[in-house]
Design a protein around this ligand. Sequence first.
Ligand code: HEM
Length: 427
Amino acid sequence: MTRPFFSKERISHFELFGRKADNAIGQPKARLREGYAVDIQDIASRYTLDSATEFLFGQNVNSLSAGLPYPYTVPEASSGSHPANEFARAFGKAQHEAAYRFRFGLEWPLLEPFRHRTQDSMDIVRAFLDPILTEALDKKREAANTGLPQDKELKDEDTLLDYLVRHTDDHTLLRDEILNIMIAGRDTTATTITFAVYMLAKHPKALAKLRAEILSKVGSSRSPTFEDLREMKYLRAVINGKLTAHTVLFDFDPCANRNAATLSCGTIQLPYHSQGGLASVKDWREPYYVPPNTMVQYSVWMMHRRTDLWGPDALEFDPDRFLDARLAKYLTPNPFIFLPFNAGPRICLGQQFAYHESSFFLVRLLQAFADIELAPDSQPPESRAPAEWAGAPGRKGREAIQPKAHLTLYAQDGIWIKMQEDASNSA
Ligand code: HEM
């Protein structure tokens, strides 16, 4: 039902991104001028929540209007109980609780015999969604009562909800579908923006190169167009570099085909030797039989960090690996080593939407700000990388914050940064 909605024209919702991004960037400007650091995770989460709710059902929760939080060093300034903050908190908490259940597999209901642990959070989320769904269904009934023929086709001005109500009257199905896409689309893109900014703050050369591309292709003030973004190869490489270094979703669990008759030995190829142990790239094609109904988990997080797949510098954040000779050497012959959006029939429906939404934000951000740096003094102490991580092998030894995961990757207590406005563009 939802697939037609993710066509090229709709995923380039540039006007919507424009309005939200300008607001999302104006607010940190004001806060930085007050002399305080800002949490880029908080800003990106509000931008993506407002964009997703407007995109999906035409009403946004307006979380950008709730005001930005102050650093922990200003305890007297709380972010308060604005309804948008309550919705965002409940939405995040419900995901934490759902992720907790994964640990117990199908047995999780045994741990919650009397009350679902998601109950309180979901009450808040539903109190927001239910009136919107009821209104949409009422409108559909009114239209049907006019006796005029109702067109089921997707129209340009339709939100996803407008489109879905023409296909079903099932309130629960509609709510689940809308929520599913909000979960799929909101935190994933917020994480992409957050960790891209984190990596740019830690890699000033990449930041300077990206900014140069933005200024030469789009200039310092106008909004980017679909064509601009298509031409900005380094911007796409930065986002891909982020998606490799800090993948958003870690483990995928495809189920082997239920029908043994259609599961031939070669259909599932795993990077493991039949005798066990990691296989080298050349052994990938070796058939490996997986019995029907088997849950097969693979870790994209680990895959994106393997030196045998990505080369000796696999752990470096280096966007150029998507543009220089390393592209032809590693990725082109083995495209499935890069799987942030999964592949095949389960590939992310919102992939292009996510690229556009995050690209748009990064362009507007770097038009406004010439420099970004981490603000360790404003980062709550318990969320900084522990001292014992320093010098640890892999990326761990290089982290300044603590990456965590519920359904998606996030930074505990956000990522606090300071940014320098572009002096020539400081309106
Ligand atoms: C960088 C951001 C994003 C990442 C990394 C991402 C990643 C993924 C992944 C890995 C899957 C497959 C999950 C599985 O195999 O079970 C998926 C599915 C999906 N994603 Fe995304 N996603 C992103 C953004 C979005 C956005 C913005 C939307 C919608 C506006 C969206 C909508 C969906 C939907 C509807 C599915 C389910 C597809 C299906 O099962 O047919 N995603 N996404």
